[in-house]
Design a protein around this ligand. Sequence first.
Ligand SMILES: Cc1cc2nc3c(=O)[nH]c(=O)nc-3n(C[C@H](O)[C@H](O)[C@H](O)COP(=O)(O)O)c2cc1C
Length: 424
Amino acid sequence: MLDATPTHPRAEPLPGIWRRGVYEAIARRRDMREFLPDPIAPTVLARVLMAAHLAGSVGFMQPWNFIVVEDRLTREKIRAHVEVERVRAAAAFDPERREKYLSLKLEGILDTPLNICITCDRTRFGPAVIGRHTIRTTDLYSTCCAVQNLWLAARAEGLGVGWVSILQPQRLREFLHIPQHVIPVAYLCVGYVREFPPEPTLQTVGWLPRLPLEQIVSSERFGAPPPEHLTAALREETRRYAQRPRDRRPSDHQHGLFMIYTGHGKGKTTAAMGMVMRALGRELPVAVIQFIKGKWQTGERLFAESLPHLTFLVMGRGFTWESEDLNRDKQAAVQAWEKAKAMMHSGDYFLVVLDEITYAINYGFIALDDVLDALRNRPRGVHVLATGRSAPPGLLEAADLVSEMTKLKHPFDQGLQAKVGIDY
Ligand SMILES: Cc1cc2nc3c(=O)[nH]c(=O)nc-3n(C[C@H](O)[C@H](O)[C@H](O)COP(=O)(O)O)c2cc1C
């Protein structure tokens, strides 16, 4: 057990940043009670529901259904029922705890844009289901796996989930027209949140502590302590978890640079991509907004689509000097800029690359003053890198770093065309 050297050919683990992403989503998932009313885009909701649907299930029976509840009236009825149940449950606690219990916010049914009810149809593909013969409840366990997948995917999307179980399944059946043989397993409030607390709320308010990992892992028999080498690893993991970086935003605590790569030589975007690679190698989130190269399928864009931690948006509609419709180009540039501003200001990115933004400024599609304002007002730690020829003086002045690519030679001068993998 001590020697972990592989002795057989085996599957590769996930690449480093994917693997870390899984653990980060797990550690940063929270049960949420405070929400923002902002709507959830159907594409985001679909991704999260797909994650739920990809859960393991006994005999692959996929016993779940997902009911998305948006209707205010329905939710009001459910909320009123939960309130009755919440007060009723208070009687189970001694007086001191009762007061604390009643002070806790235990649901966000009306605060979120939607709720999701996850049910379990115990008859699906039945009655004989591989693996369920002995333990009848494995279909319910499977449904909980779907809930957990949804919870983690939602966290990855920045969406909070609050599990509300203070309700009578039968009442929920009535509210949502769920057939009698189907079990409502989870009722979830889903919505964006201002921030995810680092620890469970019930831990922070002193209701219960998190149990030490080494206390709940046993060896060979229930309750028997694990051997020393495993105990040491469990302790080390507990220490590592306790000391993990708590920054909610990667950009909270440093001085962000504003950098420009300009000039007439080739290499501005290329150099920017080098810096992107460097940041990604450090597992720092990056956004690239390409203002111009919309019509081209570039190599960097294809590569970017395969990388986590990188948001790559191509908003331009093609080189302006080829354009037949300047109005359309302007619209695309303005849209790109609005998006770029939001990303810069979100504080969620370590580095934001505004690729070829100088063209959009020089063509008058976006105002230099607006760009300077946005740079000034960004969160302190966000690094911004702008590229493009003829960076205007006002932009140069605002920069901490300016590099100029000088053309000494270029293959175009010999009549050579742009090359796949080199130029795009
Ligand atoms: C099956 C289940 C039902 C839950 N029901 C409620 C609930 O009705 N109200 C509530 O405030 N929290 C509920 N929770 C959330 C737990 O209190 C929460 O998961 C726990 O305190 C740990 O916090 P964390 O999820 O942020 O790590 C539920 C969680 C689970 C797994």
